[in-house]
Design a protein around this ligand. Sequence first.
Ligand code: UDP
Length: 320
Amino acid sequence: MRALITGGAGFIGSHLAEALVGAGHVVTVLDDLSTGRAENLATLAGREDFTFVQGNVTHAAALEPLVASSDIVFHLAAAVGVQLVVRSPLRVIETNVMGTHTVLQVAARHGVKVLLASSSEVYGKSDRVPYREDDDRLLGPTTRSRWAYAESKALDEFLALAYHQEMGLPAVIVRLFNTVGPRQTGRYGMVVPRLVGQALRGEPLTVYGDGQQSRCFCHVRDVVRAIRLLAEAPAAIGQVFNVGSREEVTIAALAGRIRALTGSRSEIVYVPYDQAYGPGYEDTRRRVPDTSKVQATVGWQPALGLDDIIRDVMASMSPM
Ligand code: UDP
């Protein structure tokens, strides 16, 4: 299989690239290195079954030959991270909507399958967990830029489904819940690498709000396995799938676990949301996926738990 991975120099994309090359596929990565990093692909550099192209998904001319020579596009390129979304909503909307539209347009022209990486953010702040793929969504007002990310990803999904319905594009949509593992950086707000980094440096662990908000963290290795299974399953075409862990943990408990596993003496400090993200930030209180659909379709469930994740992130951040 010849696979194109947009955003392949990013955290999830680089793990996917390694897994596909390892399985004997030929991989091209397109990434503008805005948040991705060339060193994430260091293990693949120089291989003849791997090509890196620096470029942006909104440029159709650059995309065209890459898509035309691929059997599948894994579209992972996106503006990511809550902090980036709050600070640069324009960049988020343009990259996520125009980039995805361009990818879908070009792929439809060439009849190339697309696996679209969407996000659990599309469920917004609904408190009816676990979230099922066909649940209603509850988002905040347009005056709170945080919701621009959710809307951009929802629009991506509408576009992919419309291209599937009207143009016959084989498209699979994957809603990724909180995904964690080596190479994820805390620079864009992600809580696990941030807290592990703080613990290893002996700095205070910053828990936002009252710490009673909860998430389910899934190891990137499990997520990559789900993405690959769904990409290969004919029954997945034209469908939306949640991919994530069911192991729910509050952020306060997460901080405690990270402190224990790192052996850190860092104190845990509670930072008001306003201070962390600026005024008017709305957080999702609980986020838990219903993963029965992906399990029924391709037999996937996560193999790794929260402690495995914390240990792997720790190992990847510890000085050699
Ligand atoms: N969070 C935190 N401390 C940090 C970074 C994040 O308490 O240093 C919280 C954040 O407010 C949210 C949760 O951890 O409630 C998960 O945040 P992240 O940005 O990793 O992902 P999200 O689920 O918001 O997309």
